[in-house]
Design a protein around this ligand. Structure first.
Ligand code: SAM
Length: 184
């Protein structure tokens, strides 16, 4: 069985957007307890590398480290473990809430922006980025960056996500490739 209710959210996002093709190299950010990694392996990813602040019991076929994703040393470790570029970077990370809504909002945006910057660095052309966002969706600045870098950018709330929760997911498909040329 799946280790998390979150597993169903990924399955439902895939039903809608069809990104879990066989043979993908996948990065799973905020992996605990491991549902999304399980789904990726079940859907025949060739490599799944993940990270979480919490310990994750071993998942056959996935390599998951314990640590803070925002620590650059851990980002380097993930890249080394993957041994090449990724086809899918998926982030279900959510910071612990403080109860102060403005602070919570800023913290989730920061985390998602870090995940996006990382994805832009390590995705293969045509790669996919999925991340949890809150409230109205991606912030203007992040949405602009997503649209610059991906062919298709959509928001979706999978049915398994509780109605009361303000979470939704951004799904960005068709990475256009690293932007050195565009900036030169
Ligand atoms: N997708 C997972 C699954 O299917 O099992 C569920 C992920 S859970 C909703 C969010 C996770 O993000 C938590 O386990 C939390 O520890 C992790 N997280 C939050 N901030 C993080 C950070 N800075 N680095 C690594 N993991 C983080």
């Amino acid at each position: 069985g799946w280790r998390s209710r979150a597993a169903f959210k990924l399955i439902e996002l895939d039903e809608k957007f069809k990104f879990l093709r066989p043979g993908l190299k996948v990065i799973d950010l905020g992996a605990a307890p491991g549902g999304w990694s399980q789904v990726a392996i079940f859907r025949k990813a060739t490599k799944v590398v993940g990270i979480d602040l919490l310990h994750v019991d071993p998942i056959p076929g996935a390599d998951i480290i314990q640590g803070d994703f925002t620590d650059p040393a851990n980002m380097d470790t993930l890249i080394d473990m993957l041994g090449g570029k990724a086809d899918l970077v998926m982030s279900d990370m959510a910071p612990n809430t403080t109860g102060h809504s403005a602070t919570d909002h800023i913290r989730i945006i920061d985390l998602t922006e870090d995940a996006l910057a990382f994805a832009l660095d390590i995705l293969n052309p045509h790669g996919i980025f999925i991340a949890k966002v809150f409230q109205g969706g991606s912030e203007k600045g992040m949405l602009d960056k997503l649209k610059q870098n991906f062919k298709v950018v959509k928001h979706a709330k999978p049915p398994a996500s509780r109605k009361e929760s303000k979470e939704l997911y951004v799904v960005a498909i068709g990475f256009k490739g690293k932007s050195e040329e565009k900036e030169a």
